[in-house]
Design a protein. Structure first.
Length: 363
């Protein structure tokens, strides 16, 4: 028992802060589930960057999702201050009892002070000094070896205040919603694609050093087509990702279905939830597929599968066994944006992983 545990029965409102990218936010979704399960009376809110809010909207445990605009930092000082002041006013009006900050972002510290919460928990950050430590009532320790899944790291914030998650409460939660489900259902029907009638391939990441080359990806598509599989390609509506998909399609002999840049995040989740198998690299869509319960084949290079692998879903991780330097966490070998441990992965290994997972799933 934690000696300074927080009595959740006396907590009326809580704010969970996760200012990170899309996948990071989704991997924090179990924190809300556990808090709500332990304290059903809790009015639970989230604070995230505006472009990641759809990861948490419709989560059954969350009341309100507040946003920090990524573009605020580029605004003139007066305009930025006005937006910050409005956000602070909205948060202060909620009168939170508990604040859970899941990153080292300094906003967590000043919110803990300005919101007047009774309990505030955050990760230990020795380099931030006494001001950081004094801002929180509880600090949780990060593992020294670094090899702990991000979901468990997030849940460590709750363990620090005496809330221990049950095994069944640790699943990712992402709700596409009726509108997204209907849109995807209609689009697939127009193409003659039944549920579980296709493989979802998302080859891109916002970080190019995490991407498998177009030529190998195209060869995988052709191999799957020879197996009689239909492949749906997706990508974010950003030019680097769209360019990669165009290169893949140009190198393919087989026909592909291209949804790249055409889906919202919620629609992407609805699509992933209907696929036989998801194939992709270490990216937010891989975590989205896991949240939707779809078996995942994930290609890993410089990032670590122990920390970022598919969570609680049937999966196969394909990673190099010839590069002892991985996972290095670098943005490509020598910072050159190309990761040899990833580019060297043979098509045959990835193809075999897909076939194995399809067989295991009976699809």
């Amino acid at each position: 028992m934690v000696p300074d545990a927080v009595d959740l029965a006396r907590v009326r409102r809580a704010l969970v802060v996760k200012l990170r990218h899309h996948g990071d936010v989704l991997l924090a979704s179990p924190v809300f589930s556990v808090l709500k399960a332990r304290a059903p009376q809790l009015d639970l809110d989230a604070l995230v960057y505006d472009d990641t809010r759809e990861m948490l909207t419709l989560h059954p445990a969350i009341g309100r999702v507040y946003e920090v605009g990524r573009a605020w930092r580029g605004l003139p000082a007066a305009a930025r201050l006005a937006r910050e002041w409005r956000l602070l006013g909205a948060l202060r009006a909620r009168r939170y009892d508990l604040l859970v900050s899941l990153t080292e972002h300094p906003r967590g510290a000043w919110l803990a002070r300005l919101l007047g919460v009774r309990h505030a928990v955050a990760p230990e950050q020795p380099h931030r000094g006494r001001l950081w430590r004094a801002s929180f009532t509880h600090l949780y320790r990060l593992p020294r070896n670094g090899r702990r899944h991000a979901v468990e790291l997030n849940l460590d914030a709750l363990r620090r205040i005496g809330v221990y998650p049950d095994d069944g409460e640790r699943g990712l939660v992402l709700v596409p919603g009726d509108e997204a489900e209907a849109t995807v259902r209609t689009r697939l029907a127009a193409l003659g694609l039944a549920e579980r009638g296709f493989i979802h391939l998302h080859p891109a990441s916002r970080w190019r050093f995490k991407c498998w080359p177009a030529a190998q990806t195209a060869a995988l598509v052709d191999a799957l087509a020879r197996d009689g599989e239909r492949v749906v390609l997706t990508a974010a509506p950003s030019e680097p990702e769209l360019e990669l998909v165009r290169a893949i399609r140009a190198a393919c002999s087989a026909e592909t279905i291209d949804f790249a840049g055409q889906l919202t995040l919620k629609q992407l989740a609805a699509l992933a939830g209907r696929a036989k198998v998801f194939v992709g690299v270490d990216s937010a869509p891989m975590h989205i597929a896991a949240a939707m319960g779809t078996p995942v084949v994930a290609l890993f290079g410089p990032s670590g599968e122990l920390e970022w692998g598919p969570w609680r879903v049937p999966h196969r991780v394909v990673a190099s066994d010839r590069h002892s330097c991985r996972p290095c966490g670098n943005d490509g070998c020598g910072g050159g944006k190309v990761s040899e441990c990833l580019t060297a992965l043979p098509v045959a290994r990835v193809h075999a992983a897909v076939r194995e997972l399809l067989a295991a799933a009976g699809r």
